[in-house]
Design a protein around this ligand. Sequence first.
Ligand code: GLN
Length: 336
Amino acid sequence: MKFQIKSIAAAIAFAACSMVHAEELPSVEVLEKVAKEAYAKYKDDQGGKNADYIPALAKVPSELFGVVIVTKNGDVIKVGDVDTPFSIQSCSKVFTMALVMQESGDEVIYDKVNVEPTGEAFNSIQAIEEGDGRADNPFVNAGAIATVSLIKADTAEQRWDKIIKIYEKFAGSQLEVLEDIYTSEAETNFRNRGIAAVLYNSNNLFAEPLMTTDVYTKQCSVGVNAEQLAVMGGTLANDGVNPVTKEKVIDAEHVPKVLSVMMMNGFYDGSGRWAWNAGVPAKTGVGGGIIAVVPNQMAIVGFSPPLDEQGNSVRAQKAIEYIVNALGLSVFGSGK
Ligand code: GLN
């Protein structure tokens, strides 16, 4: 009798536990419906404008717009311009941070870069000076350059090789640098070189500054299409295992930390507004991509070049917000 009671209690505890973890994944049909609605609703939105401080980005057609959802089961839902390669830009920062965490542990990021929002623009120098000299968080340019400097490598080639290899595993496909974007940014990235020098001067950059900035510039110029970027996010939604190739890319223990940095800093000084409007961890890039992750469920990617004042794609934000709110996916509760 005693044994029976014990096993019933264990069964109830187990059921309660699995209820907590088994978030109901919407069906593929439902996801297709909302993705199409989001695309139709914002396709003609004329808000924002292409980034032009990197001259090549100003030339990308502004009307491009794609939406992709990748579930943790590996289902792929796509609408619009999902095959056009665009530069990954700051969405890359998520995956280089994950590489460093996998290689050296989460604490290295916490200790040497920090994880605090700056409330300033992504390329702020003032934010570094106002704090303790560290780069503040891995998603502003300072922190992303510092993160690149933390990769264990003896040469620039080794550093780059580790970056591109892990991006390819996250994406489950081969990726190339968009040479026109790389050249354009490398010719104009004086501010980033300045940021690296400021960090190096206070011992908060851990490799040679110009080399590190160049590897960082290259990582930002990696070409991805919306589907590849969504598979990269899907890997984070699936505990570090690529949901399409089934290859393990990072250990599951790093995923909550990666997502926490996305939640707090993914939209720079627009991160509070994003948490309010959408409530899911996400990261933007000035190439027009936004990658959002619904933990343990799916990644949602929007891509469209015109950006708001904080450098975040207008159509992509609106599309992701629409999908998240239609399905009650905010990590803060469905509101239903
Ligand atoms: N490569 C860009 C830069 O360093 C990335 C910025 C971004 O996407 N927000 O300015």
